[in-house]
Design a binder for this molecule. Structure first.
Ligand code: AMP
Length: 433
């Protein structure tokens, strides 16, 4: 037989790693509940056409695409938003707004594997659909900040921009949307000069080139100052000015709401996905050079999928990168191992009695492991110790004659005989102390 390996770029999550992921997942679920998001579960594969309709060249090239046995072209989902947009154009079309949707699951991209970049990864995804008001954007950002606070990450910062600023300039210069997308893709990779070269090749005015160059360079932490600079730089482009005003309103609301975090506001910041129309944001930590979360406003996407014109804003949190950052920052997730009781029996005759006691305890909600290796008591106790079990119950023929078992406290290394009928009460009392 060949030696089977985990597929390149994918990982197996052994219990400790799986528990760390589930811990972060639990926090995202708690936030979904606190902010009023309802979970939906959509298929891991969708039609290739849906997935490529608006995702951007980058994602298109990295998709796991294949033909199924019925000859349909399919793809493994590289993100959740296309599935959400499909639902908004169909089953959820006429539901009252706002609609707040939460998705959790795995995504697939044929990325070049590196630290924090995998071919299978997990996201929690939050989308608020139906409102274009800035308080919606603020809530998505606040929820994301809560997530980073709750997992205990330090020194994270938000990068915030607004694609309406650059698109506003280009649009008013008559640059077609496909060409705008090309420029935004280059900006996403911080290729400012290449972006300017593309704009120049499209015959935009000298004034436009000068404005773009100025805007690309505007960034900083002082939101009032940045907004003022942007407004001055784009004053001849009405649409870019209203984008700057929208960003200003969101930032002011954020400040007013008391949500605090480090941020860098960057006027030339764009994200790879083509569908963004408004504010865009990412979260990073110093330990990783890839972002931990990313999102933004996409007011026209749902309409492009055949739905009603519907504004929306959303964010995807990269669970793998969050757990990786926690590890790098030395943050231990609070993991409940559930290991409470081990039942050890001496001699095959007590096997059914052991199973019966295990069942009684489990019915009362106590986690029980049965000794199934046929080990002698001393070895079985050593094994229980290694596994971090709190109590051992030992069934021996002599005690059983009196309807008793031995209850051993593994931490204190003390034991005593107790009546089977009192066993449950005694363990429950010990669990409370
Ligand atoms: P995106 O959908 O590209 O906006 O990504 C949103 C978030 O998903 C990123 O900030 C990452 O945390 C995570 N993510 C994206 N691609 C990968 C990947 N290849 N491996 C791990 N996490 C990823």
């Amino acid at each position: 037989m060949p030696e089977f390996k985990t597929p390149r770029g994918m990982r197996d999550f052994l219990p400790k790693e799986a528990a760390a992921m589930k811990y972060v997942e639990g926090i995202t679920r708690e936030l979904a509940m606190l902010y009023g998001f309802q979970e939906i579960i959509t298929p891991i594969m969708e039609s290739y056409e849906l997935l490529t309709a608006k995702s951007g060249e980058e994602i298109r090239q990295r998709m796991y695409a294949f033909e199924d046995l019925g000859g349909r072209k399919m793809g493994l989902r590289p993100e959740f938003t296309a599935s959400v947009a499909r639902l908004m154009a169909t089953s959820l079309r006429n539901k009252p707004k706002p609609i707040r949707l939460f998705c959790f699951g795995s995504l697939y991209r044929y990325d070049e594997p590196q630290l924090g970049r995998y071919r299978e990864f997990w996201q929690s995804n939050f989308e608020t659909i139906g409102s274009s008001r800035p308080e919606t954007d603020v809530e998505i950002i606040a929820l994301t900040n809560d997530l980073f606070q709750k997992v205990g990450l330090r020194n994270y910062w938000f990068k915030i921009g607004h694609v309406g600023i650059i698109r506003g300039i280009l649009g008013m210069e008559g640059v077609k949307e496909e060409d705008q997308n090309r420029i935004m893709q280059l900006l996403d990779k911080n290729l400012w000069d290449d972006a300017l070269a593309v704009a120049k090749a499209l015959n935009v005015s000298e004034k436009c080139l000068a404005t773009l160059k100025k805007v690309f360079g505007i960034k900083g932490e002082d939101s009032d100052k940045i907004i003022k600079e942007v407004k001055a730089a784009v004053k001849n482009y009405e649409k870019a000015v209203s984008a700057a005003e929208n960003l200003e309103e969101i930032l002011q609301l954020l400040r007013g709401s008391g949500v605090k975090f480090d941020m860098s506001i960057e006027a030339g910041f764009a994200r790879g996905l083509e569908y963004y129309t408004g504010i865009v944001f990412e979260v990073s930590v110093p330990e990783l050079d890839v972002s931990l979360a990313g999102g933004g406003r996409y007011d026209r996407l749902i309409e492009l999928f055949g739905g009603e014109p519907t504004p929306a804003v959303g964010i995807a949190h990269g669970i793998d990168r969050i757990t990786l950052s926690m590890e790098k920052q030395g943050i231990q997730p609070k993991i409940e191992t559930g290991r409470q009781v081990m039942i050890i029996f001496i001699g095959d005759k007590l096997k059914s009695e052991a199973l019966k006691i295990a069942s009684i305890l489990r019915s009362a909600g106590i986690p029980v492991e049965l000794e199934v290796m046929g080990r002698a008591v001393a070895r079985a106790l050593q094994d229980a110790d290694r596994r971090g079990i709190k109590h051992a119950i030992i069934l021996g023929p002599k005690e059983m004659e009196k309807q008793e078992v031995i209850l051993r406290d593994m931490t204190k290394r003390e034991q005593h005989a107790t009546k089977i009928q009192n066993l449950l009460k005694e363990i429950e009392a010990k669990r409370k102390t």
